[in-house]
Design a protein around this ligand. Structure first.
Ligand code: NDP
Length: 255
C-alpha cells in the first residue's frame, strides 16, 4: 500500500516553521496540493513559494489561529471551495511550556497549552471530518513522546499531548476504516520549540538547556527534515504510528 499524493490535498497547521514547514516540503516533493495554516503569514508565504519550487501542484496560505473555531471553519471551507476535496489533515500546530507547578502564580496562564495543542486539533478535526470521510482520507497527529514520559517541568505540555493521543486513538475507533489516523510521537526534534521558544514561568530556560544536553547524550536529536520525511512516508503507507524508540532510554534519566 502506498498512497500516491499527486494532486491530493493536504492541510497542515503550524506550517510556518519547524516540523510543519518540512512536512510541507515532503508533501510538495510528492506532488500534493498544499493548504498552509498558521498565524505568521509572511513565513507561510515563504514556505508556499519553496513548496511550489519543490514540486507542489499548488500551495495556498490561509492565516489560521487554531484556538479560534471560526478560523478553523474558514480554513476548511476555503480548502474545499478552492480545491474541492481534502485528503490529509495534519494537526501539527503546537506550543510547549516549562515550569514547576508550585512556582506558577496564575495557573490559568497555562490553559493556552491545552487550547492550542488539544482543542486546536479537535476543532480542525471536527471541521474537516465530513470531507475526509468523503475522500477516505487521513489525519496525521503530532502528539509527542512526552505523552507517556513524565518529564518534569513539562506537566502541561505532557498532559496536552497525552490528551491528543487518547482523543485520536478513540477517533480511530469512531471513524473506522473511513478516515485513517497516523499518530506521531517524536522525541527531540530540532525546531523553534526545542531552541527555547515556549511558555516559560520562573526562569527555567537554563534548566531546559541542561535537560536538553542530557537528552542529547541519551537519544539523538532528530533533524527536522528526517522527522518530516519519516512522518510523510509512514502516513502515505497508511500506517498507524510513527514512534521513536530511542526515547524510552531517556526515562532512565528522569527517574
Ligand atoms: P515550532 O515552534 O517550530 O512550530 C510550531 C508551529 O505551530 C508554528 O508553525 C506555529 O506557527 C504554530 N502555532 C503555534 N500556535 C498556533 C496557533 N494558535 N494557531 C496556529 N498555529 C500555531 O515547533 P515544532 O515544529 O517542533 O512543533 C510542531 C509540533 O510537533 C508541535 O505540536 C510539537 O508539540 C510537536 N513535537 C515537537 C517535538 C520537538 O522536539 N520539536 C517533539 C514532539 C512533538 P505560528 O507561530 O506562525 O502560528
Amino acid at each position: 500500500f502506498s498512497e500516491d499524493m499527486s494532486g491530493k490535498v493536504v492541510l497542515i497547521t503550524g506550517a510556518s516553521s519547524g516540523i510543519g514547514e518540512h512536512l510541507a516540503y515532503e508533501y510538495a516533493s510528492r506532488g500534493a496540493c498544499l493548504v498552509l495554516c498558521a498565524r505568521r503569514v509572511e513565513k507561510l508565504h515563504q514556505v508556499a513559494q519553496t513548496a511550489r519550487e519543490m514540486g507542489a501542484l499548488d500551495a495556498v496560505v490561509i492565516p489560521t489561529d487554531v484556538v479560534k473555531i471560526d478560523d478553523c471553519k474558514r480554513a476548511v471551507h476555503q480548502t474545499i471551495t478552492y480545491f474541492g476535496r481534502l485528503d490529509h489533515l495534519v494537526n501539527n500546530a503546537g506550543i510547549t511550556s516549562i515550569c514547576l507547578l508550585e512556582d506558577v502564580d496564575d495557573v490559568t496562564d497555562f490553559r493556552t497549552i491545552m487550547d492550542i495543542n488539544f482543542w486546536g486539533s479537535v476543532y480542525m478535526t471536527s471541521c474537516a471530518a465530513p470531507y475526509l470521510r468523503l475522500s477516505r482520507g487521513r489525519i496525521i497527529v503530532l502528539s509527542s513522546a512526552a505523552s507517556w514520559l513524565p518529564a518534569p517541568r513539562m506537566s502541561f505540555y505532557n498532559a496536552s499531548k497525552a490528551a491528543m493521543a487518547q482523543f485520536f486513538e478513540t477517533m480511530r475507533v469512531e471513524f473506522g476504516p473511513d478516515i485513517g489516523i497516523t499518530l506521531v510521537t517524536p522525541g527531540f526534534v530540532e525546531s523553534e520549540i526545542t531552541q527555547g521558544k515556549f511558555l516559560d514561568k520562573g526562569g527555567h530556560l537554563e534548566v531546559h538547556q541542561e535537560m536538553r544536553d542530557v537528552q542529547v547524550s541519551l537519544a539523538p536529536v532528530a533533524r527536522t527534515e528526517s522527522c518530516a520525511k519519516a512522518i510523510v512516508r509512514t502516513a502515505c503507507r497508511g500506517e498507524r504510528y510513527v514512534t521513536e524508540p530511542a526515547w524510552f532510554r531517556t526515562t532512565l534519566w528522569w527517574h
